[in-house]
Design a protein around this ligand. Structure first.
Ligand code: 5GP
Length: 323
């Protein structure tokens, strides 16, 4: 008989962080840099652990150039040519991190994928391997024990993802992150909360829930540095943003949607937001402020100082922002 798990699973929108007494005087005292030592590659990392998603509209070279100034990471999308890579590398040697491999599939649960991770680990013993996506602890453990260092967590929360609609499969992101972080940390592995952040507060909640890294797509879309066509209509500017398994992306890169599969992503128009630098400052400022509210002097302390409270409404919807 089908089984129903009656435990309540929550999303970012279902909780708020409870403020705590703190000795911090100003948000400028907060350190957002983290250092990690990876379980299998034995490599180390130091930076602000926010990653631009490996989507062709977000993980661009232009994005990488700006994000690296803030010590953020960009998972560059896979559709650049070797020539384009060579040009970027020669012009931006300081932005390059080439000892990371990102193994990204929509469904990280297949046996075949686990074998693939093992094989890549064998061939690249010293590279840091990111693998996903999954949403449950047992699969996080299996991928780490198969050689992955950082597990991407998230099935269905993405802003241009239609997986939940098309397949009915998914897991509320906040609970997925809490459960997967616990499983990964038990083995000295790490996780990325991938998808579902719609504002700086969500990024703070993901870190509070135990994410080591947070990956962003939609929040970084629509900027000068983002890919996607710029559209002007009635004096307003928009940029096209689409899922990597949307019909738009599949037409662009694989000649269309294969007959046996459905697209699991959509295409949207994002109001043009100007330079991404402004958005990055906004996100980092928000997280620094979160840390001061809960008394965390470092991002590392945020999850230890996190108590989530369940809410039925998180913001007052009466006015819309015109700024
Ligand atoms: P966002 O930050 O926009 O909410 O989520 C970004 C994440 O959505 C990406 O990192 C990736 O994991 C996921 N994603 C990107 N394109 C697609 C797609 O076409 N379908 C699905 N199911 N997920 C996608």
């Amino acid at each position: 008989m089908p089984h129903i798990d009656n435990d309540v699973k929550l999303d970012f929108k279902d909780v708020l962080l409870r403020p705590k007494r703190s000795t911090l005087k100003s948000r400028s005292e907060v350190d957002l840099t983290r250092s990690f030592s990876f379980r299998n590659s034995k490599q180390t990392y130091t930076g602000v652990p926010i990653i631009a998603a490996n989507m062709d509209t977000v993980g661009t070279f232009e994005m990488a150039r700006v994000l690296c100034k803030f010590s953020l990471f960009t998972a560059v999308h896979k559709h650049y040519s070797l020539d384009q890579w060579q040009e970027f590398a020669s012009q931006n040697p300081d932005c390059l991190e080439v000892n990371y491999i990102c193994l990204d599939v929509a469904n990280g649960y297949s046996e075949h994928f686990v074998e693939f991770v093992k094989d890549v680990r064998k061939r690249f013993p010293q590279h840091t391997i990111m693998a996903g996506n999954v949403v449950t602890g047992e699969m996080v453990e299996e991928l780490i024990l198969s050689g992955a260092d950082i597990i991407k967590v998230g099935i269905g929360p993405g802003s241009v993802c239609t997986t939940r609609k098309k397949t009915g499969v998914g897991y509320p992101q906040l609970s997925a992150v809490m459960e997967c972080a616990d499983a990964a940390h038990g083995l000295k592995g790490h996780i990325i909360s991938d998808g579902g952040c719609s504002c700086p507060g969500d990024v703070a909640k993901a870190f509070g829930a135990g994410a080591d890294f947070v990956m962003l797509g939609g929040m970084l879309a629509g900027h000068s540095e983002s890919g996607g066509e710029l559209i002007e209509r009635d004096g307003k500017k928009y940029k096209l943003f689409y899922g990597m398994s949307s019909e738009m992306a599949m037409k662009k890169y694989s000649g269309g949607v294969a007959e046996y599969r459905a697209s699991e992503g959509k295409t949207v128009e994002v109001p043009f937001k100007g330079d991404v630098e402004h958005t990055i400052r906004d996100i980092l400022g928000g997280i620094r402020s979160t840390c001061t509210y809960v008394g965390a002097a470092k991002l590392k302390e945020l999850s230890r100082r996190t108590t989530f409270i369940r809410v039925t409404q998180q913001v007052n919807p009466i006015f819309s922002d015109v700024s």
